[in-house]
Design a protein around this ligand. Structure first.
Ligand code: IMP
Ligand code: MG
Length: 176
């Protein structure tokens, strides 16, 4: 039975970091418009908090890509399940992810979105597990670098559960 066994990042830890990332984004895009692209479903909570601390002309959109299903291991393939509603030609695009693990999801997405001719394309993730990286990639805004543990909460799931936790916790298979 899967249970949250430890709190890794509290609500307060997360909020402080969200504000810090938002200010960095704000400084980097001063006087510019920004399209924030959240990756569903995991990044939805992060996007909602992040945009409220960015004092710029911000638009939002979401994409859905297939990832882990009900397993804790990546399949290594990425498919666009829901594309953007808007054309990103000539726009500053900021892709917002919940967590980067192998990096396959984001590197595939970056490749796909680059062909659409955005003015700029940057990456932001709340969490980063660099130990598990399979592809080299530059991430512009990273919240927390974490160890290789399966985590949930703050939008992030295990088998669609635990997304509603206000904190980020480690989930483990424990005896019922
Ligand atoms: P990547 O393609 O391996 O980088 O996978 C990134 C995606 O896998 C994230 O957007 C998450 O949806 C999911 N993922 C990676 N690590 C975890 C985790 O520890 N808990 C829950 N989901 C995870
Ligand atoms: Mg995700």
């Amino acid at each position: 039975m899967y249970k949250v066994t430890k709190v890794m990042l509290s609500e307060e830890d997360i909020l402080n970091k969200v504000k810090e990332i938002a200010k960095n984004i704000e400084n980097d895009f001063k006087g510019e418009e920004l399209l924030v692209v959240g990756i569903l479903k995991g990044a939805s909570v992060f996007v909602a908090d992040l945009i409220r601390h960015i004092d710029l002309d911000v638009n939002i959109d979401f994409m859905s890509v297939s990832s882990y299903g009900n397993s804790t291991e990546s399949s290594g393939t990425v498919k666009i399940l829901k594309d953007l509603d808007v054309d990103i030609d000539g726009k500053n695009v900021l892709i917002v992810e919940d967590i980067i693990d192998s990096g396959l999801t984001l590197s595939n997405l970056v490749g796909a979105l680059k062909t659409r001719n955005p003015k700029s394309l940057k990456l932001c993730t709340l969490l980063d597990k660099p130990q598990r990286r399979k592809v080299n990639m530059k991430v512009d805004y990273v919240g927390f670098v974490i160890e290789d543990k399966f985590i949930v909460g703050y939008g992030i799931d295990y088998a669609e559960k635990f997304r509603n936790l206000p904190y980020i916790g480690i989930v483990e298979d424990v005896e019922a």
